[in-house]
Design a protein around this ligand. Sequence first.
Ligand code: PGA
Length: 261
Amino acid sequence: MEVVIKSSPTEASKSAALLIKKTILNDPACVLGLATGSTPLKTYEELIKLYQEKIISFKKVVSFNLDEYVGLAPADKNSYRSFMNDNFFTRTDIQIKNTHLPNALPKSIPEECKDFESKIKKAGGIDLQLLGIGLDGHIGFNEPGSSLNSRTRMKTLTPETRLANSKYFSAIDRVPKHVITMGLGTIMEAKICLLLAFGDDKAQAIADMIEGPVTASVPASVLQFHPRCIAIIDESAAAMLKRKNYYTQVYDDKPGWQRWE
Ligand code: PGA
């Protein structure tokens, strides 16, 4: 795993946006895996700037989001569809028909999950998957205990995740109990995984993910098996890493052909 430590969330988000820019410039019809939550917001702002400066276009880009709350209509202000429309999609030239989130009000949840997987396959797989990390080490909504081989399916949120996400809802009992999420096996098939984490409350999860044992109790630790996983984190999120100095040295000594900034 490549660990890039930046001085602030802004610097980390700029770096993440430049890696996504490189992916789009390499293939303007690339497939991006996208994430919601507070972590990727600055990266989306940077990408919107690059679009406004006409450096990149999303016209041919196809996207798949990691997850959606079961029971929320797309137009619900708390749905992840609304989040993506408001914070990213409607502010770029991406074609809404090329953007995919799980349908959270399906006739059959298992059928919807299968369908979501086959759409990813049909699109040729995900070129770059953007990820945040939960305080408990979840990625997507793969809560601790998730099978390391899991595919898109329904998951039950932990009380801690519902509490963490209740800041977006009027009350905690409004936070749905269930979600549809890409599985860890689904995420692992992305060609590049780009994980972002900021702030000292993420330091433990980041240390467990990068330097702890691979275990379903820390779902993000499965990324240790990924051949091209890049974690771009700020100093606070890096605070508990034992090999912090080494990661910085690796980054500083990177040859030009490995760089994206
Ligand atoms: P956050 O959520 O970006 O709002 O911290 C991350 C996550 O739960 O995956």
